[in-house]
Write a protein of this length. Sequence first.
Length: 338
Amino acid sequence: MTIPDGETLGQLPFATPLTGAELMYVVQNGNSRQSTVENIAAKGPSGATGPLGPTGPVGATGPVGATGPTGIGITGPTGPTGPLGPTGPVGPTGAGATGATGPTGIQGATGPVGPSGAAGPVGATGPLGPTGATGVGSVVSVGMTVPTGLTVSGSPITTSGSFTMAYATGYEGFTTALKGLVNGATQASDLISTAAGKGASLVGVQTIAGLVASQVQAALAALAARPFAAVFVSAQYTITNGGLLTIPHGLGATPTVIVAYVVNIVAEDGYSVGDIIEQPNLANLGGAAQGWGVVCKADATNIYCRIGASGMANINWTNGDGGPITSANWKLFFRAYV
């Protein structure tokens, strides 16, 4: 560096106090040398410091030089991409709102059914569940057929109703007591005197074991000679005070004789279960009017029977006293003859 004339080192730009280590170049006899400031200063003694000269006047400010043309910098080529820096830490999870559900895609084709897996072991039987409510069924059609000697009405039932069975014309059944009497007969005369006397039907006589054909024919002839051509025996009915019964008889004509009976089902007043007694109709006109027993009438189709408003009465078998019966201990039935 060349120091302009009239300037010292301290006046140089960015000058700092000398340390003596600074290098200086000296040209001597055409040869250049370098040495430190400290060495150069040591060559001769320092002269005395001269007096400080007066400060010169401040020179006038020179005119501002013209602005030079703006330089145009040329962008250099892009340097190569540096190596990828290390991955930074994962940032916190964002709290973005859930997007709207997209439209449902078209259902794909059903894949083929896979092979069946091996059957697993049978599990243990679970506890029995509670009993379910009773189901309610409905009747479509229910019919009834009966053997020879019986008739049935009300068949078939397609919604609701009941069947009614009765003996066909010319038929009636044996009671246990009558069967014992008939089974004990050994001659036709015995059969006639017991069976006919007790009202046995012709079919009943025909079914008695041990009788030869001639005895059966004799019994049939004797029974056919009875004063009635046909007999109807009704079913047994519950006794309801003041009630009206309408009973089809199937005799084909108006009965000439109708007889009402009660049969014992619970022992009472000296009577045993199975005992049958005739039941007349009575009207008590003394004091308050009372109706006892049953009264009947008929046409060619039905028997009509009105039970007394006061119920039924009989004579006590043990002591002969009269009085009402307990309706629940008896059943009512009828025989009709033409």
